[in-house]
Design a protein around this ligand. Structure first.
Ligand SMILES: *Cc1c(COP(=O)(O)O)cnc(C)c1O
Length: 375
């Protein structure tokens, strides 16, 4: 297939691996698990997981069973944990493919055991403890003891126990400490000991790198992809992450228009003087949303404001007379020595880098680079 439109997402694989190694070093003796859910936050899980695996990473997590099945052929000999709730009717796919599942409740466990009776093999499970996020998992002591006892079944392996911080990227540690205390006291109830104990995400990993706790694994997501979970975490200054993703395009049309010219749908912008307007082939169908109107993109080294409404497939910027058709455009990331932080792009739209990455539509080709050479 030809690739006519110049809009694409550049993903720097060196940077992902370097970020992994920096975090792993910070993590000390704990094992660092790469979270590659939601197609590696939209950046492309097959290529990223394959590359990390080839460079020795052996612990991964995804959100769904479908994601796990898709990745298993790239990351054979590794832990691959599904973090969300899998339909217990489908546990056989996890057993057959050596995929580990999350157990969110006793009820789920019992349903899974019924299915497991019908097949050979063992299911590896990580118990999800509820400590403060209130999403999935349980904190009921009685229920947890019943879950504990179900592990005496030959059909299951008690591989892990975990929870999730809900405010680790926040300003203070108060709620993390509350969750940690809950976690510690619930884990203690289990006489059988699992191989993995984990609660940290990227924020927790960076924040608590100096702490000695009961965990031996951390789950690292956004930091792998070069972003700090929040400015609070960035301010800790513990490591310098390398940007991974850049959204780029090229100018497809330029014209000079007189003062008073109305630009785009809804005539929301009118030129203040004679102006140059450049058109760029990217729009909300690519995930560059209408709320980005007014943000300044980089066009051939020049800061150019998005003027008028963002259309489905194109947008317009105000530029100087120097801008020509074919000039490079940077929406966020680093390209040709230009730089726009994805956090600035996200802040402008009152969101977070996670959402920006995940919302880049599949119409935008992902291109992968190693040492600045396209794969
Ligand atoms: C997404 C997710 C992570 C990774 O979070 P980051 O903030 O991206 O590091 C870790 N654990 C669970 C349960 C998650 O859902």
């Amino acid at each position: 297939m030809i690739n006519d439109r110049p809009t694409h997402l550049r993903v720097n694989l060196d940077a992902v691996l370097n970020n992994y190694r920096k975090l792993d070093k910070l993590n000390g003796l704990k094992t660092s698990l790469a979270v590659v859910k939601a197609d590696s936050y939209g950046l492309g899980a097959k290529v990223i997981a394959d590359y990390l695996y080839k460079n020795g990473v052996r612990h991964f997590a995804v959100a769904t069973l479908e994601e796990a099945l898709e990745l298993k052929k790239y990351i054979k000999e590794s832990l691959l944990l599904v973090l969300g709730v899998t339909n217990p009717k489908n546990v056989k796919y996890a057993v057959e493919n050596n995929i580990s599942l999350t157990c969110p409740s006793k009820e789920w466990f019992e349903e899974a055991l019924k299915e497991l009776e019908k097949i050979d093999g063992k299911l590896k499970l990580h118990i999800k403890l509820e400590t403060g996020m209130n999403r999935i998992g349980t904190s009921e002591v009685e229920e947890l003891m019943e879950i504990h006892n179900l592990f005496y079944s030959e059909k299951v392996e008690f591989e892990g126990i975990f929870s999730h911080y809900s405010n680790a990227d926040g300003e203070d540690n108060e709620y993390d400490d509350y969750q940690t205390a809950n976690f510690n006291s619930l884990v203690k109830l289990f006489k059988l000991k699992p191989k993995y104990i984990h609660i940290e995400n990227s924020a927790g990993t960076i924040k608590y790198s100096d702490r000695n706790d009961i965990c031996n694994l951390s789950r690292i997501g956004i930091a792998l992809y070069g972003c700090y979970p929040s400015s609070n975490i960035e301010r800790l200054n513990k490591l310098s992450l390398e940007p991974v993703a850049s959204l780029v395009s090229k100018v497809t049309h330029v014209k000079k228009v007189p003062k008073g010219t109305k630009i785009g749908y809804g005539i929301s912008y009118e030129t203040q003087e004679d102006e140059y307007i450049a058109t760029i082939p990217i729009g909300y169908a690519d995930g560059l949303l209408r709320r980005a109107q007014g943000f300044k993109l980089n066009v051939a080294g020049e800061e150019c404001e998005i003027v008028g409404r963002v259309c489905m497939d194109q947008l317009m910027v105000r530029c100087s007379e120097n801008i020509k058709v074919g000039d490079d455009v940077l929406v966020f990331g680093e390209y040709n020595n230009q730089k726009i932080s994805v956090d600035d792009f996200a802040d402008y739209q009152k969101t977070i880098s996670y959402e920006i990455f995940c919302c880049i539509n599949r119409r935008v080709p992902r291109k992968y680079y190693l040492n600045n050479t396209e794969l």
